[in-house]
Design a protein around this ligand. Structure first.
Ligand SMILES: [Zn+2]
Length: 422
């Protein structure tokens, strides 16, 4: 229907904008940094960011502390709590890290020069703070006496570390007896001092998360339409990129032929040396510009915005399905994907949507209303947007640049001359 298409149109063009410009550029930038051995993430304790080197460098005092903590823990005489207290003591912090946090600190491969990003390891070109042997020794100690607790937290408290309290402390999880059974609840660690926030039962927390994430839930039929449209666009852009690059290829062949003729003419004394040199220069310049164009076409084809957009729509679908999700861990991963600055306050959750999802929820709020639990489009079917018409002609889609359609005689030099004469 028209209004559905309207949504589709602006949805896609904007999704393209957000996903392409924000997510994908960041991702690509991160990948490039990782390849160069530069850390793209937040600066870890022990390092400062050197803008000249575009990488992290040891912060002398903190670096010493990192090394000392690893060395002390490697002796096996510490518990997570006592090593955390040591770290607080050295770094002058009043509050010590939670067990979760100190363990993450002790398992941070960055310190031995390995950058782990989305599960993949990259070699860092910055200075490591500890040796691999020391790191492994610490891992061994953690394995021996830290494991049961670690496992328990990993498996039983899926929302641990997901939210902060309104007082800025982290939220931790705990077992409790009540209502004739044992249940799990989440509460403030109170690391920042006094806090009056109440605990929240896991079931209720799950429900609150699901409720909030419904703001970006895309109805299945809309999603289907979007996927269909994406598939068409994928084919179209592949075709047009191939066609344009073929065109440029042909132009380069023509130029080569002209170059051959020019050389022949010169050798046959039909052209004088100056004319030959000037003409040759012009042709070479043209050829270079065509070659650049060919390369940029190629990179455009490679940079595809379609895949990230598809991922984006998939996440919106997941939001629709999350009401039936049984795995709390999945829900936790999902929330991390869509929101930052996640906050738990007054038994209610909030977060800052990542830009593309902020956009999605604004749009869904504008064009859809909930009626009896199902989504309906609220715009009247008569309201056809000019955007829709435009998009149907694919005017808003990125099309590969067409070859410069100038007569081959009209070169860069003569062109500027013509301009000056006018
Ligand atoms: Zn608190």
């Amino acid at each position: 229907n028209p209004s559905g298409k309207f949504f589709l149109a602006i949805g896609l063009s904007n999704a393209k904008y957000y996903v392409d410009n924000l997510a994908e550029n960041v991702r690509r930038g991160n990948r490039a940094k990782l390849r160069r051995g530069e850390w793209p993430g937040q600066k870890p304790f022990g390092y400062i960011y050197d803008h000249r080197l575009r990488n992290i460098v040891p912060e002398p005092k903190e670096a010493k502390i990192v090394k000392k903590i690893y060395e002390e823990f490697a002796t096996g005489r510490h518990t997570l709590k006592s090593i955390s207290a040591r770290l607080a003591e050295f770094s002058g912090n009043k509050k010590s890290k939670s067990n979760c946090a100190i363990e993450m600190f002790l398992r941070n491969e960055l310190y031995m020069g390995i950058m782990r990003w989305n599960g993949e390891a990259h070699e860092g070109k910055y200075q490591p703070l500890i040796t691999r042997q020391l790191f492994e020794k610490v891992a061994e100690v953690l394995k021996n006496h830290g494991r049961p607790r670690y496992k328990k937290q990993q498996h039983n408290f899926p929302f641990c570390g997901l939210f902060r309290c309104s007082c800025n402390s982290m939220i931790t999880a705990q077992w409790a007896k009540g209502n004739g059974g044992i249940y799990r609840y989440y509460r403030c660690t109170r690391k920042q001092g006094e806090c009056h926030e109440k605990y929240i039962a896991e079931d209720l927390l799950k429900q609150k998360i699901i409720e909030k994430s419904q703001a970006i839930a895309l109805p299945a039929d809309w999603a289907k339409e979007l996927f269909g449209k994406l598939e068409i666009e994928e084919k179209k852009s592949a075709q047009s990129a191939t066609a344009s690059s073929e065109e440029v290829k042909k132009k380069i062949i023509l130029l080569d032929e002209r170059l051959d003729k020019l050389v022949e003419g010169y050798l046959d004394n039909l052209i004088d040396e100056n004319t030959y040199k000037r003409k040759k220069q012009e042709l070479i310049e043209q050829k270079t510009s065509f070659k650049n164009e060919k390369e940029s076409l190629h990179s455009k084809q490679m940079s595809g915005w379609i895949e990230p957009t598809r991922d984006f729509v998939k996440t919106l679908c997941q939001a629709e399905k999350i009401t039936k999700e049984e795995s709390l861990k999945e829900i936790s991963i999902f929330v991390q994907k869509i929101g930052t600055n996640r906050l738990l306050s007054a038994k209610s959750v909030s977060w800052v949507w990542k830009p593309e999802y902020e956009f999605a929820q604004t749009l869904l709020r504008r064009f859809a209303v909930r009626q009896n639990g199902s989504l309906r489009i609220s715009v009247s079917p008569k309201s056809r947007s000019p955007l829709l018409c435009a998009i149907q002609d694919s005017n808003l889609w990125p099309t590969p640049r067409q070859g410069v359609a100038l007569p081959t005689e009209l070169t860069a030099q003569t062109r500027s001359k013509t301009y000056q004469n006018n």
